[in-house]
Design a binder for this molecule. Structure first.
Ligand SMILES: [Zn+2]
Length: 113
């Protein structure tokens, strides 16, 4: 399945999707929501100047969320609006440079990567 996270804040819980297309449809919906309304309002103290960066990965629930998962950032939302970071191409191994965001960080919320 596919999951959406807020990569900026290492926040999970934006949904699980059977297909990449369904995850993209949810991003399209999120892109229509202002940055100061849930679930787009960032969980940090400077949320007014911040916002989520939604990233998508294929996720195997049997492995667990702290396994090595390559997230690809697709959508950045700020007070200036939504910015698409990638076209809606399918996830590929080449979509992100090596040495990107690690998945070992735990906890949630207020710390920026
Ligand atoms: Zn923030």
């Amino acid at each position: 399945m596919f999951v959406i996270i807020d990569e900026m804040h290492d926040a999970w819980g934006f949904g699980e999707f059977e297909s990449f297309a369904e995850a993209m449809a949810e991003l399209e919906r999120l892109a229509t929501i202002p940055w100061d309304e849930p679930p787009n309002q960032a969980p940090c103290v400077q949320w007014r100047e911040c916002g989520p960066t939604y990233a998508v990965a294929e996720y195997d629930a049997a492995v667990g969320k702290h396994a090595e998962i390559v997230f690809v950032p697709y959508l950045r939302i700020t007070k200036n609006g939504a910015t698409w970071l990638h076209e809606h191409e399918a996830l590929t191994e080449q979509a992100r440079p090596a040495g990107g965001v690690g998945s070992e960080q735990q906890g949630n919320g207020a710390v920026h990567r």
